[in-house]
Each structure stands twice: as structure tokens, then as C-alpha cells.
Ligand binder design. Structure first.
Ligand SMILES: CC(C)(COP(=O)(O)OP(=O)(O)OC[C@H]1O[C@@H](n2cnc3c(N)ncnc32)[C@H](O)[C@@H]1OP(=O)(O)O)[C@@H](O)C(=O)NCCC(=O)NCCS
Length: 170
């Protein structure tokens, strides 16, 4: 969904401060803000330096009374691999600032990531969502995604830094 005010573009290095602000808002929304260790500088390095770890699209909005577009959301993602299907895209975060929710912008951002992934030959798109996040779950259900916890009893595992280092050095 596109209109004259709304558009989607690749993130630029200059967007990193606003991206970091929205990432912080997302962690507050999810109740994980105390765990946030990322910084604007690290984000910029990880998205824009040659050995980039992730890609990012931003949603922008131009208010009628203002000439300049503002960034109102983002989708951060990276390409990965599945032994079953081959190339996949993993969506790390989808976020639309509160004022602009419910206008189809989140869905449009996700669709653009899906379109680019199909263009790159991806066979699959994957992400995780917290079980209580009903607005996001409604969006994901509306595009026919499959909840792997429900269908395959699949659980997301992680090693935090302490356990990661402990294991690496064991
Ligand atoms: C989840 C989020 C990105 C959705 O973005 P959005 O622009 O508000 O969503 P859209 O307007 O594109 O909605 C698309 C569909 O999602 C569903 N949906 C979105 N928000 C909803 C809500 N509050 N209640 C019920 N359904 C909702 C609807 O099915 C909707 O389709 P419809 O408008 O045709 O009914 C946005 O709410 C957000 O940033 N939330 C906070 C951060 C977050 O939860 N991110 C996802 C982490 S996994």
C-alpha cells in the first residue's frame, strides 16, 4: 500500500539515530529495554559497513504541512539459509511508530521485504513474535504465516553472552 505521503526506501547511515530511537521504543513495548546494549554506532557499522550483518528498510511519511519526509517505521532483516528450502530471509524487527499504526504501513513494509526476498530467490521468510503481542500476531495471521510453536512444538533457543562465552571456552 503506497500513497503520496507514505513511502519505503533503504535505510541510510543518517537514519541510525532515529532507528536506534525506534529500537529503544520497541524494547520498551516488549519490556526488554534493560537488555538493550546496542548503540547507534554499532548499528551503523552492522548495517552499512562492508561485512554487513543486516539490512534495513525504512517507512517514511511526508506531512502535508511539511516538505521533509520523516522516518516512521523500519524493518530490519538478514538473509540466511535453511537446509530444507535453501535461501531464506529472517525478519529481525518490524516497527511502526504509534501515531501511524493501523494504516497498512506495517504490512506494506513486510511485503516489500517479501518482494525483495522472492526476487533474490528466497524460499522462506521467518521471524519470532511474543505470544501476547496480538496486533502483530493478527498481522502475521492475515498474511497466512504458520506458527511453528503451535504446529511443530518448535521453540526459540538462545545463548546470551555469558553462556555463549562459557560454551565457546568449554
Ligand atoms: C505490529 C505493527 C508493526 C503493525 O503495523 P501497522 O502498520 O499498525 O499494521 P497494519 O496497519 O499494516 O495492519 C495490517 C493488519 O494487521 C492486523 N492488525 C494490525 N494492528 C492491529 C490491531 N491493533 N488490532 C488488530 N489487528 C491489527 C490487521 O489484520 C491489519 O489488517 P486490516 O487493517 O486489514 O485489518 C505495529 O503495530 C507495531 O509497530 N507495533 C509495535 C511493535 C511490534 O509489535 N512489532 C512487531 C514485533 S514482532
Amino acid at each position: 500500500m503506497e500513497n503520496v505521503c507514505f513511502s519505503i526506501r533503504d535505510a541510510k547511515p543518517d537514519d541510525c539515530p532515529i532507528l536506534m530511537k525506534m529500537i529503544t521504543e520497541l524494547t520498551v513495548f516488549e519490556g526488554t529495554e534493560k537488555e538493550l546494549e546496542n548503540t547507534t554506532e554499532r548499528l551503523q557499522k552492522d548495517i552499512f559497513e562492508p561485512e554487513k550483518m543486516a539490512s534495513c528498510l525504512v517507512a517514511t511519511y511526508k506531512r502535508p504541512e511539511n516538505d521533509k519526509s520523516e522516518v516512521i517505521g523500519y524493518c530490519l532483516f538478514y538473509y540466511g539459509y535453511s537446509i530444507m528450502k535453501g535461501k531464506l530471509v529472517y525478519m529481525v524487527n518490524l516497527y511502526i511508530t504509534e501515531e501511524f499504526r493501523g494504516r497498512g504501513y506495517g504490512r506494506s513494509l513486510m511485503k516489500k521485504v517479501a518482494q525483495d526476498a522472492v526476487g533474490k530467490g528466497c524460499q522462506r521468510m521467518q521471524w519470532t513474535v511474543l505470544g501476547w503481542n496480538q496486533p502483530a500476531i493478527k498481522l502475521y495471521q492475515s498474511i497466512n504465516s504458520i506458527d511453528l510453536t503451535a504446529t511443530r512444538n518448535c521453540h526459540v533457543h538462545t545463548l546470551y553472552k555469558e553462556q555463549l562465552v562459557q560454551f565457546a571456552n568449554s
